[in-house]
Design a protein around this ligand. Structure first.
Ligand code: ATP
Length: 278
C-alpha cells in the first residue's frame, strides 16, 4: 500500500533522512520508533506531501503523494487545529474536503463521536479544549474520511489513559478494516497492544524491522526488590518470573516493594547499537 524507497532529505548540514526505506501493507500497523531526531516526522511529512525528498520515491497504492488526496489521513505531531471553530465544524470541514456529503458525512462524524469519545466537547471551540481533547480531535480529522493510509505522528503524546485507550481502539479497528497505518511513538507498550510491526529508525534510516517477539522478546528486563532495611537489589534478566522467585527465596530481610520491568525501547536501541558495532 505504502512504499518508500531510499528517501534522502537534508536540511543544511543536517541529514534528516539518509536512505530511508519502509513499506506498509493494507491492514498492517507499523510502529515507527527511534530516538529524537531519527527522522520519523520527516518521513511522515514526505508521505503527507508536505515536503519533498531530495531523492528517493514514495508511492501510495502505486501513486505519488501528490496524487493521493482523500486517500491519506494525517495527524501531525504538533496540534494543528483552527482555534475558533468547533470540533464538529472541524470534522465537517475535513470530511467535505475529502468529498463526503450529507448522510455519509453525518454517519462518519457519528461513528467518531463514539469511537473517540468526543461527545462532551463536540460543539466547543478547539482553543478551549484540554491537550487530550485536542489530540482526539486531531485524530478524528485524520480518520473522518476513512482513508486507506493513516499517518499518526505521536498521537498519544501527553494523552491521558482514556484518550490513549480510545486512540488505540480506533487504530486497531481501522487496520482491521484494511487501512495501512504508520504510527510513531516513544511508548513500546502501545505497539504490543496494537500488535504492530516495529520499525526502528536511526540517523535517517530504518535499521531494524520485525514483530515485538523478533525484536524485543529475549532482551533483558529488570527485577528490583526493596528490603525493609532500605537495601535495594536489582538483577537484569531475560526471565523475570524465575529471577523474582529466586530473589524472594534469597532475600534476608522482609520485602517492602517489588518492581518488574519489561524490556524498554531504550533496551532495544542499545541492543541494536551493540549489534551494529559488532
Ligand atoms: P522526534 O522523536 O523528536 O519527533 P523525529 O524522529 O521525528 O524526532 P525529525 O523531526 O524527522 O525526527 O528530524 C530529523 C532531523 O532533521 C533532526 O535533526 C531535526 O532537527 C532535523 N529537521 C527536521 N525538520 C527540520 C527543518 N524544518 N529544518 C531544519 N532541520 C530540520
Amino acid at each position: 500500500m505504502l512504499e518508500a524507497i531510499d528517501l534522502v532529505k537534508r536540511y543544511g548540514s543536517v541529514q534528516a533522512l539518509d536512505g530511508f526505506n519502509l513499506s506498509v501493507a493494507a491492514g498492517e500497523i507499523v510502529g515507527l520508533v527511534g530516538h529524537n531526531g531519527a527522522g520519523k516526522t520527516t518521513f511522515v511529512e514526505i508521505v503527507s506531501h508536505l515536503i519533498r525528498p531530495d531523492s528517493g520515491h514514495v508511492t501510495i497504492d502505486g501513486r505519488p503523494p501528490s496524487a493521493t488526496s482523500g486517500r491519506v489521513g494525517v495527524a501531525p505531531q504538533h496540534i494543528a487545529l483552527y482555534p475558533s471553530i468547533t470540533v464538529r465544524e472541524h470534522l465537517e470541514l475535513f470530511g467535505k474536503l475529502a468529498g463526503l456529503r450529507r448522510a455519509a458525512l453525518q454517519s462518519a462524524i457519528d461513528d467518531l463521536v463514539v469511537a473517540l469519545r468526543l461527545n462532551d466537547f463536540i460543539d466547543r471551540h478547539t482553543a478551549g479544549l484540554s491537550g487530550g481533547q485536542q489530540r482526539r480531535t486531531q485524530a478524528a480529522t485524520a480518520l473522518v474520511h476513512r482513508p486507506g493510509l493513516l499517518l499518526l505522528d505521536e498521537p498519544t503524546a501527553g494523552a491521558d489513559l482514556e484518550t490513549r485507550e480510545a486512540m488505540l481502539d480506533v487504530v486497531k479497528q481501522r487496520a482491521g478494516e484494511g487501512a495501512a497505518v504508520v504510527y510513531t511513538t516513544h511508548y513500546l507498550p502501545e505497539l504490543t497492544e496494537l500488535q504492530a510491526t516495529i520499525a526502528v529508525a536511526r540517523n535517517g534510516r530504518v535499521i531494524a524491522r520485525g514483530t515485538y517477539e523478533e525484536l524485543v522478546d529475549g532482551l533483558p528486563g529488570e527485577v528490583r526488590l526493596l528490603l525493609d532495611n532500605g537495601e535495594e537489589l536489582t538483577v537484569s534478566t531475560t526471565d523475570p518470573a524465575a529471577t523474582l522467585i529466586d530473589m524472594l527465596g534469597r532475600a534476608e530481610h522482609p520485602i517492602s516493594a517489588v518492581d518488574v520491568r519489561n524490556p524498554s525501547l531504550d533496551d532495544l536501541y542499545r541492543s541494536l547499537a551493540v549489534s551494529d558495532a559488532s
